[in-house]
Design a protein around this ligand. Structure first.
Ligand SMILES: Cc1cc2nc3c(=O)[nH]c(=O)nc-3n(C[C@H](O)[C@H](O)[C@H](O)COP(=O)(O)OP(=O)(O)OC[C@H]3O[C@@H](n4cnc5c(N)ncnc54)[C@H](O)[C@@H]3O)c2cc1C
Length: 443
């Protein structure tokens, strides 16, 4: 079995395969060739923050980690052993973490670590592609040929997402432009609209231009960049530029005034996220506290809670809903699995999670069994479901969040109790799956 990439997903996948008796050749290009973000030749290097996010029960991030713990994740186990104080977050000593993962992989008798760059994908046998957001150019070209180059993205422009319950519906109104979108695919109500008066627009533009940016790592000549400019950059190009771009009010009538607003921000329903909306075309580079302050100047979002903030960063990933099954296999070539950030998830733990899942699925294939998806009720199952079923037209990599999981059969109003019940349902479903998996392995 070949695994390409010795990062978070690749090492977890290799470990899961090896512990199930499958010999692995794990290819890692560093230090022969390095990336813009990695600084060492260690496997599983954490390239930025040292936090594996909240480990507070019952958060969605805790649930994903708890499932990984129960499934015997190497990396989550080492994270616990290299933990440093970080409040409710699972924060690690990054050097000790990467060092222990590297030693565990190097000393496993069934894993052969090869420090080579892979440029071609040989799918005569099962192979897991886990080459990450900074996949080398040669391999990216091969993946582009395999998937279709229009299904391979190099930059991520992420718009903020708001919790639907915190939108002021006395101001915001439901309508699509001219009561339909250009392709006519979406119906009225798929969009919510935040209407601006001239004064509100001027105040918003002033705040946007003055807000503090995060430092950009994106080169000026980056491909596609012009097509997804940060909104603060659009605002700097002219006071009315936003009004003729992502904030254009064309085709919208505010029911409160019976007139077209001076400008408007459209909110689009997230496909699998029944309770959340993204701010269409509002990718930006602002620091998160600044985003919260500025976005709350949008009429109707004065008290909005943000589930995700906008960002733009280098990220190689495939349009997975068009390509992958819920077992992370390319539908057109089932020997090829994708895991980690390149499979269309976002974040350290999500990368580890899809690495573990791909390892288990590929081990099934190696043992002559058909890979079985994780139950939808689990965080792992929902993550795999998201990458294989989300809206491919507007696809963006996702962190784990409760709104990726299916709603409860009987709704619970209290947030904490609702989350606790979702976690309980998930862990019960995982337990059931494991009992079945043990039975299948014994046959
Ligand atoms: C700059 C940056 C900062 C980030 N910060 C955070 C953060 O703070 N928190 C967070 O949760 N997430 C963060 N992410 C997102 C993501 O969680 C991490 O990138 C994570 O490491 C992804 O795991 P992975 O296994 O998919 O990729 P990686 O951990 O990057 O592993 C991929 C490996 O494949 C190797 N490789 C690439 N091409 C080839 C090839 N052709 N042949 C052989 N090997 C190859 C690479 O050298 C690398 O070791 C960040 C991403 C980037 C780019």
């Amino acid at each position: 079995m070949i695994v390409i990439g010795g990062g978070l997903a690749g090492t977890e996948a290799a470990w899961q395969l090896a512990t199930r008796g499958v010999p692995v050749e794990l290819f890692e290009m560093r230090p022969v060739r390095t990336t813009d973000a990695h600084q060492t030749d260690h496997l599983a290097e954490l390239v930025c923050s040292n936090s594996l996010k909240s480990d507070r029960e019952p958060s969605a991030s805790w649930l994903l980690k708890e499932e990984l713990r129960r499934l015997g994740s190497l990396l989550i186990d080492i994270a616990a052993k290299t933990r440093v104080p970080g409040g409710q977050a699972l924060t690690v000593d990054r050097v000790a973490f990467a060092d222990r993962v590297t030693r565990a992989i190097e000393s496993h008798p069934l894993i052969h670590l090869r420090r080579e760059e892979i440029a071609q994908i040989d799918d005569s046998g099962p192979v897991i592609v886990a080459s990450g957001p900074l996949t080398s150019d040669a391999l990216a070209a091969t993946i582009g040929r395999l998937t279709g180059s229009d299904r391979l993205f190099f930059y991520d422009s992420i718009s903020p997402i708001v919790d639907a319950h915190t939108i002021d519906r006395s101001i915001v109104f439901a309508a699509s432009r001219y009561d339909k979108t250009l392709d006519g695919a979406e119906s009225e109500g798929d969009y919510l609209n935040c209407p601006f008066t001239k004064e509100e627009y001027e105040r918003f533009v002033d705040a946007l231009i003055a807000a503090e940016d995060v430092e950009s790592h994106i080169p000026n000549d980056a491909p596609y960049f012009e097509a997804c400019l940060p909104i603060e950059e659009i605002a700097r190009r002219g006071r009315d530029t936003l009004r003729f771009g992502p904030m254009k009010p064309m085709g919208l009538i505010d029911p409160r005034t019976g007139r077209r607003p001076y400008a408007a921000v459209q909110l689009r329903r997230e496909n699998l996220r029944a309770d959340s909306f993204n701010l269409v075309g509002f990718q930006n580079h602002l620091r998160f506290p600044e985003q919260k302050r500025v976005m709350r100047l949008i009429p109707g979002l004065e008290n909005a809670e943000f589930l995700r903030f906008g960002q733009i960063h280098r990220n190689t990933y495939i349009n997975s809903p068009a390509l992958l099954s819920a077992t992370l296999q390319l539908r057109s070539r089932p020997n090829v699995f994708f895991a980690g950030q390149i499979s269309g998830v976002e974040g350290y733990v999500e990368s580890i999670a899809t690495g573990l899942a791909a390892g288990l699925f590929a081990a099934d294939l190696a043992h002559g069994r058909a890979p079985e998806p994780f139950p939808r009720e689990t965080a792992l199952g929902s993550l795999c479901h998201y990458v294989s079923h989300a809206d491919l037209k507007h696809y963006q990599p996702a962190n784990i969040a409760f709104d990726l999981l299916p709603p409860l059969a009987t709704p619970i109003r209290d947030r904490e109790q609702r989350h606790a019940r979702i976690c309980q349902t998930a862990l019960t479903a995982l337990e059931r799956r494991e009992e079945v998996a043990i039975g299948r392995a014994c046959v």
